[in-house]
Ligand binder design. Structure first.
Ligand SMILES: [Zn+2]
Length: 129
């Protein structure tokens, strides 16, 4: 079995939020569903647990988004694929160029993708049931 080295967070933004994302600056995140792809070659579970915790020092771009009001992680998916391969499988738009992609050498543009509005969230919830 291949080791799980990457993860994808399915994120729900309940209402539009305008927040600072570290040094990238301020951005408006429309309500809807997002997918963030990250990697942790060691201690993957600890990394995921950290993302799910609200209280923490804001360090990575994703920390700033997850700390915003009305934002929550709805799903966690683990993978043995590389971060960029996984990210590029996600349809969806880049809203914040460079988000989570400081180390990216594969032209992803961003490791956060916006899938769309509230109806998309509902559709995914219905699939889960
Ligand atoms: Zn990438």
């Amino acid at each position: 079995m291949k080791a799980m080295i990457c993860y994808q967070l399915g994120i729900e933004v309940g209402r539009p939020v305008r927040i600072r994302v570290g040094r990238l600056g301020h951005f408006l995140f429309p309500a809807g569903r997002y997918v963030y792809t990250g990697s942790a070659r060691r201690n993957l579970e600890a990394r995921i647990a950290r993302h799910l915790r609200k209280e923490k020092t804001l360090r990575w771009h994703i920390d700033w988004l997850l700390a915003a009001p009305g934002v929550r992680v709805a799903t966690v998916h683990r993978s043995s694929l590389s971060e960029c391969v996984l990210n590029q499988k996600v349809a969806g738009r880049v809203l914040v160029p460079g988000f989570g992609a400081s180390d990216c050498r594969n032209g992803c543009g961003s490791h956060l993708r916006y899938l769309g509005g509230v109806s998309a969230v509902t559709a995914v919830k219905n699939q889960v049931r």
